[in-house]
Design a protein around this ligand. Structure first.
Ligand SMILES: Cc1ncc(COP(=O)(O)O)c(C=O)c1O
Length: 464
């Protein structure tokens, strides 16, 4: 050790760094054959790890062992067999970017401190704006995830359209909306009754006629309808709300249209996605989650706003101790557009893979996921023991036993997950327990989906 234990010597850094990199490469090689999930004994192991930090430091190898203990007692959210909830990613290029960016540890949220870093993060944000044909005055921020992006969007809409006393303001979501939108409205100060749940059509998309009726009724009742949140892919079933019709209605009613594209937004890179999201460029704001559709590690969400000034008006508070820093300019002061001040350099985590692999690699991976969802849907639909009530808009494939109650479907899910080759989750649709497979990991390919089909069919036959 040097005289300053918090700063290891170059030799120590090399030894620890090489051991960590060795572990990473080995882990990634084993990932394909590793269990999709393994929870046996996990709670006991977790409890055995509850401890305060030691007063005196120890060695590095046990910390690497800890990674393996974590990995072996969990679901691999970013593995090829993970089809539950919304899969994660974790591109290797992003891991390297994180190591490098946390090492130089530059401050990116006020551009004057590290202009090149801020310009690179802004490249990512501009690319996101361009993806949705947003105009030059659009702005955006990288957030910690979709929840924070939805929160900032609702705060921006509230600030733009409602008076300071905003409690008569109402916003409209479909029954299928992600809970983070309701939470965002709550955190933005609205009573939950102001979040109006609009009915859905049989394909589980927001019913625009019901939306129109509710807005008219609420206006007549003295309320102030100000925003509609439509989903570019719901979490439950991947349904895409009728965005164009929502945009028409919002334009006529002078309301803010926010699109929650946390799950599905990046399918805009594909032809099929663009087709399904027609009209999305008319939305006032769009949530994206690069830690989903761009396969980045957790901690990377995004929000783009068509009129960027509105995002800034909702978030900017000046401070005397920041007066030496450069003013917001063509490179934005991201802190003035977001709820955060100090934070990680998220842009690099996205920029490295974009530069290393090119946009086309992402387009192809997402197209592959759409193809895989079609295969899974068609193959399961052909099984007489299963029913698939909804054709996937994107890559969520919901299904149930044709003649099974909720208990039987619960058993179906347990039997599928017991395979440890795939890991699926469930939801409730139309009051019924429904199993769903969501294909979004860049590591999931045709071989694993074929395996999934076999596992689901066998489990269904056993329970039929
Ligand atoms: C449609 C949708 N919106 C919002 C979120 C919340 O995003 P995050 O978990 O990144 O906060 C999710 C997460 O799964 C989602 O699927």
């Amino acid at each position: 050790m040097t005289g300053y234990p918090l700063d290891p010597s170059p030799e120590q850094m090399r030894e620890m760094g090489e051991a960590a990199l060795g572990y990473v490469i080995d882990f990634l090689a084993r990932r394909v054959t590793a269990p999709a999930s393994r929870f046996e004994g996990a709670e006991e192991v977790a409890r055995a790890h509850v401890e305060p930090p030691p007063d005196l430091g120890g060695a590095f190898p046990p910390l690497l062992d800890l990674m393996e203990t974590i990995a072996q007692h969990s679901a691999d959210n970013a593995g090829p067999g993970f089809l539950a909830y919304i899969p994660g990613g974790g591109l290797f290029a992003s891991s390297l970017a994180d190591l490098l960016s946390t090492t130089i540890d530059r401050y990116v949220n006020l551009w004057g401190e590290a202009p090149v870093a801020a310009a690179i993060e802004n490249n990512v944000v501009r690319w996101l704006c361009d993806l949705f044909d947003y105009p030059p005055e659009s702005r955006g921020v990288l957030t910690s995830g979709g929840s924070l992006a939805n929160f900032s969007a609702i705060v921006a809409a509230r600030k733009a359209l409602l008076p300071e006393n905003f409690l008569s303001g109402t916003l409209y979501v479909s029954e299928q909306v992600h809970a983070s939108v309701t939470k965002a409205a709550m955190l933005a100060g609205f009573p939950t009754r102001n979040v109006r749940a609009v009915a859905v059509t049989p394909d589980l998309r927001l019913d625009v006629d019901d939306l129109r009726r509710m807005i008219a009724e609420d206006r007549a009742g003295g309320l102030a309808p100000f925003a509609v949140v439509a989903s570019a892919g719901t979490t439950n079933t991947g349904a895409v709300d009728p965005i164009e019709a929502c945009a028409d209605l919002c334009a006529a009613e002078e309301m803010w249209l926010h699109i929650d594209g946390a799950y599905g937004g990046f399918f805009q890179l594909t032809e099929r996605g663009r087709e399904r999201f027609r009209g999305i460029e008319r939305a006032d704001s769009i949530t994206l989650d690069p830690h989903k559709g761009m396969f980045l590690p957790y901690g990377t969400g995004g929000l783009v706003v068509r009129d960027g000034a509105k995002l800034r008006e909702a978030h900017f508070v000046g401070a005397a101790y920041l007066q030496d820093l450069a003013a917001d300019a063509d490179i934005p002061n991201f802190a003035e557009y977001s709820a955060e001040l100090s934070r990680d350099f998220r842009g690099l985590r996205a920029w490295f893979p974009l530069k290393l692999h090119g946009v086309s690699a992402f387009r192809e991976a997402l197209d592959e996921k759409l193809d895989l969802a079609e295969v899974l849907y068609e193959e399961l639909k052909a099984d007489p023991n299963l029913e698939l009530p909804w054709t996937p808009d994107l890559t969520v494939v919901p299904f149930r036993l044709r003649d099974g109650d909720d208990q039987a479907n619960r058993r179906l899910l347990a039997a599928i997950n017991a395979s440890e080759r795939v890991f699926l989750s469930s939801t409730v649709v139309e009051g019924r327990f429904t199993v769903r497979a969501c294909i979004l990991s860049h590591r999931t390919h045709r071989d694993r989906i074929d395996e999934c089909i076999r596992i689901v069919r066998d489990a269904a036959a056993e329970l039929a």
